[in-house]
Every structure is written in C-alpha cells, then in structure tokens.
Design a protein around this ligand. Sequence first.
Ligand code: SF4
Length: 431
Amino acid sequence: MSLQIARGREAKPPLRTVRPRQDVRPQLKEATVAAPIALPAKKAALRFPVNSETRAFYKKFYPGTSTVEWNDWRWQMRARIRTRDELVRIFSLSADEFDAVSRYTGSLPVGITPYYASLMGLEDPREPLRRTHIMTGDEYLTTPGEDDDPLAEDHDMAAPGIVHRYPDRVLFLTTGTCSTYCRYCTRARVVGNPGGEYNFSTRQWEQALAYLEKHTEVRDVLLSGGDPLTLGDDKLDWLLGRLRAMKHIEFLRIGTKMPVVTPQRITKSLVAILKKYHPLWMSIHFTHPNELTDEVTESTARLADAGIPLGSQTVLMKGINDDIAVMKPLMQGLLKRRVRPYYLYQCDPIRGSAHFRTKVEKGLEIIKGLRGYTTGYATPIFAVDAPGGGGKIQIAPDFVAGRDGDDLLLRNFEDGVYRYPDPGGTLGAGK
Ligand code: SF4
C-alpha cells in the first residue's frame, strides 16, 4: 500500500485502523440518576477554546462554519489558504506580495491554516506573523552563501529520510507536509512539494527503520519533516510503536509547529497515543508572543499534562522578533505555559532569506538582554547551525573579563566585574 504524500491528499495509514472495543456492560446504576447533559462524543472530543479575535475572524471569513468544524484540525488542514485568490479574499495584499505570489513557481508553496491566519495582520504587510508566511519579492533574491540545502543534510543522509550527523542520534524526516509553510524554512527543498526530493512512503519508512534497527549506537531519534503531527493518529502510533520496539532507542523527540499554528491538532486521542511512548519529548517552533493565545495555552497544557517535556525553538528574524521587547515576553510566556525556551537559532542561509537574517551579534544582544534580567529558564541557547554540515554551534556572551594572578575576573549581567579565587587557573589570562 502506498503512503505517497501528494498535495491535498494523504494515502491511508500503514495499519488497519483498530477500533477501541466498546464497553457494553450495562450502566444500571447510572441509569437511575439524572445524567449530566453531555455533548455528543464527537463534539466533546473537539471542544477547544476559541479566542475572541479568532472567533470574530472566522465568523467574518468562514461564515457558516461551526465551532466543531473550526476546532477540527482536519478541517483546518483542508481549509488552508493555498492560493492567491484565497489570500486576496482575506488579506489586503501589498503590490509586492501580490506580485510575489503571482510569480511563484518555487518549491515552498503558500499554506496557512485559517486559525493561524486569524492571528495575522490582515491589513498590515509588516505584521510579523504575516511576514513569515506570505511571500514577498525579497524571496526571489539570492545572496552569496545561500543554498537550497545550507546544512548539507543530503550529504548526511544515511538512509532515505535519516540524517545521521551526530554519533548517537538521528533526524528522521517523516513527511513533507506542514500545516503552514514558513518562508524561511531550512527544508524548503523538501516540504510542501509533492514529488520533491524525498518520496515519503511506507517503503521509505521501512528503509529508515531497517537502518535504525541495524545501528544500535542510535539512542535518540528526532522525528521531523515537514511536521510529524500532520500525520494521522494511526500512522503516528504505528511509527512510534516501531521505534519504541527497538531497545537501543532510549529517547524519542518530535519537532513540530502544530501546537502553535494548528493547536486543535492536540486532541485527547493524540495525547493518549503520545503518552504510550515515553520518554518522549517535544520541540515546538514558536516565533512571536502574538502566538500565545488561549488555544496555545490549551495545546501546551494538554501535552505538559501528559508528561511530555516541552522545549521551544525560535528562529531569530529581522523585524519580526529581533528585539528584546518581543523576545522577552515570548520566552516568559512560554515558561508560563510549561515550555522551556531551548534554542534561539540564527536564521539559516536558505536561498532567498537575506531579508530575514540579522547580524549574528543581534542574537548575542538578545541573550545578554535576557541573561540576568529574567528567569534563567527563560534564556535559550543561541546557536548557529553551521553551513556545510558542521552542526549546531552555540554562541554565548563572554562573561570572562580577564585574570589577575590567582583571581579569575568575571563580568556579571550589569557589567560589574567580580573576582573569583581560582589558584593555578589559566582561564582569562591574556585578556
Ligand atoms: S513548520 Fe518547520 S518544516 Fe514546516 S515550513 Fe515551517 S520551518 Fe519548515
């Protein structure tokens, strides 16, 4: 059975759906007391908060859509904004955006869930979330050092979909589908592109699994893509089950943006599946505090309540989040939602991304603006993913001020210099 992912169509899961057995025992006791008025099962399962701005948005642009439909992640996926006409129906496109969308022939299509669109500035082309998802003319400019595969993932492709760069862990590219397509995506060559570089199919998954079965040094598997949470519950359950059955794989991670852009995906049934495969961690892709809605509070709470440790990943982008006044509330808001800020990434030099990239020192400036000024847990690691396959390289502000004999001189977050007795040490000498 083919699992070929084609735009707008996903093939059936690799396993036959196993329906949960119904409990047919008579409910005699309950029958004698007044039952609480309950929503029909399907409706109850889809119950999810809808923030007031989003509600106004969908009443205006999706009239006739019920809350049950709106809160169904599959509806959100089907209703994604994919065409210029759909964009024009909802956004006041600038001439630049209109032209860029009209010229589009590239590998990364437009895709925005109605929910995520409801968070964007409909009239303002400079609004941060909109800038990350609607193409502009800048995307067609290639600058020196840019590449379609800047991290040389293809070079480290040990088996179809398996990037094996580090000794004990692998990246497993599971799908080419995302619910929204970020204009700065490092994997623009892979995602949203049917017939693209990787042919995501059961055969590919089987080849990847065969590789992992043989490579017992791999103890950590990061499922990514595309977005693994765009896979249906059955497929995900099957894949996680196969991985968990390998005794040497101690640790599973999922990299996803779904809890942010389609928070309705975090259904109770999905959480019940994920819970079976602990230890399972999740890295969630956040960009801006405007994403921290009631819906995201719910999606992250469901995951955290299931015992899934949550970390965030954020790409630093010019004019979008390269300001401590934006980054600090984002990081603090994540902590409030039990998401530990994990990585702040320098934007990868993907082709056509110069308009998003800041100078590297901007990242250091952000870290300096967090370190000491807010909870330590709210300060992520700032990293550059080295072009050419060097992997993530952490860059941190230097708090070593020098050395005075047996004293190490350290600079604190307010630039005060303090002595630490360090007899025989050499750190700081020559500064
Ligand atoms: S969600 Fe991730 S994989 Fe998908 S387009 Fe955005 S950055 Fe790329």
